[in-house]
Design a protein around this ligand. Structure first.
Ligand SMILES: [Zn+2]
Length: 392
């Protein structure tokens, strides 16, 4: 009996040690891979629409080594420029993410929230958030009805956004004020970056559109050291999620000859997606939008992308999505019309706390965009901008 007890005690101690060790494991993945570090930095930055400064700071730091000049439009979009002659090629990715604003503080210290961007109501409840207050980050949760007092019919209900509130542990409006929180303060999801169980898939908030920004940084890095017969304007835009506002103002300033938007795409390879709803799969390579509700891409530009992908052996997927809009729609209608395409990295669960992208898709996208820009010389851009029917 004693021996068994001793063995049991030893087992219990080693189990406890293992559990403590697991509890002490870092909350977020660490990696020596500079691309993963860049993803971690970009996705963890808080930047809902209209509050993009933390992301702008990262973009300035990352683009400075490769840019001849960094300027801003009057709305806050940041424009990094490489070279000063040849056709004006605009690359675009937006800095803002889905989030919210504090709307009202109740007398007993709860907060209501104005959402920014296209949220599902069911993505909002029982989540952790960061409020960016005047004294720094304040942790908040969207409270949930307690199951023990819910009527049976309530158990399968979606709680509408107007019934939700943020709880920051305050007992009164005065305590909320003391924590540095007031109406108008931005709110973002609390969702740290993770490598998903050792796979090539990465989990984070805000892939839309921090992954597009990461593509621009990597392309700027490559093109800083290789020839290209154009001037490149890397536009990190603001306020895309509330109506592509920064792309419109940035395009007015840049006056591009052609433009490529870099975005997230919608996948079909999860349960419950109907065949006609989406076409992309995670890990299948970057994709080009052939249609969305906001934009019809320039047809010659689409063919140019297809040819470039094929000649460089880069996989390319297609997509057509109904409930989707992107910066290319604003750019193509600026300055009397601009040929544009929207290139995307397949993403699971966009507009939520927990999106997933694939590393191979990112690497292929960087290859593709670099190859495209290298081929956009004066003759190619003139061809894309020619609409007169060819004479017989
Ligand atoms: Zn987006």
């Amino acid at each position: 009996m004693k021996r068994i007890a001793a063995i049991f005690t030893a087992f219990a101690i080693s189990l406890a040690t293992a559990l403590i060790a697991r509890a002490q494991e870092p909350q977020t993945s660490v990696s020596s891979d500079p691309v993963i570090q860049l993803f971690q930095k970009l996705t963890s930055a808080p930047g809902p629409s209209g509050f993009e400064e933390p992301v702008t700071k990262i973009m300035v730091d990352e683009m400075k080594p490769y840019a001849d000049k960094i300027t801003y439009d009057g709305l806050g979009s940041m424009i990094a420029v490489q070279d000063s002659s040849g056709p004006r090629v605009m690359l675009d990715a937006h800095m803002d993410e889905l989030g919210g604003l504090i709307r009202r503080v109740t007398p007993d210290g709860f907060l209501s929230m104005q959402m920014l961007g296209g949220w599902f109501d069911q993505a909002l409840v029982d989540q952790r958030w960061w409020i960016i207050g005047s004294k720094g980050r304040v942790l908040a949760v969207t409270g949930i009805r307690d199951i023990h007092i819910a009527a049976t019919a309530e158990r399968s209900e979606v709680f509408p956004r107007d019934s939700l509130y943020l709880d920051i542990g305050a007992k009164s409006a005065a305590e909320v004020c003391e924590m540095g929180v007031e109406p108008g303060d931005p709110v973002v999801p609390d969702s740290p970056f993770e490598i998903l169980n050792g796979t090539q898939n990465y989990l984070a908030k805000a892939w839309d559109d921090r992954i597009g920004l990461a593509v621009m940084i990597e392309v700027a890095h490559r093109l800083a050291h290789s020839p290209h017969a154009n001037q490149i304007f890397y536009a990190s835009t603001v306020q895309e999620e509330i109506g592509m506002r920064g792309a419109q103002t940035a395009a007015d300033v840049i006056k591009p000859d052609v433009a490529i938007a870099l975005e997230v795409g919608i996948v079909k390879d999860v349960p419950g997606v109907k065949p006609e709803e989406a076409q992309e799969v995670l890990g299948g390579g970057p994709a080009i939008f052939l249609w969305d509700a906001s934009e019809l891409p320039n047809r010659k530009f689409v063919a140019f992308v297809k040819n470039t992908a094929a000649t460089n052996s880069i996989p390319l997927q297609y997509d057509l999505i109904t409930g989707y809009g992107d910066d290319s729609a604003a750019i193509q209608r600026s300055n009397g019309g601009v040929p544009t395409v929207n290139l995307v990295i397949p993403t699971r669960y966009t507009h939520s706390h927990n999106g997933i992208i694939n590393r191979g898709d990112f690497d292929h996208m960087v290859d593709l965009v670099t190859a495209l820009v290298q081929k956009l010389d004066a003759a190619e851009v003139a061809r894309l901008r020619t609409f007169a029917p060819s004479s017989e």
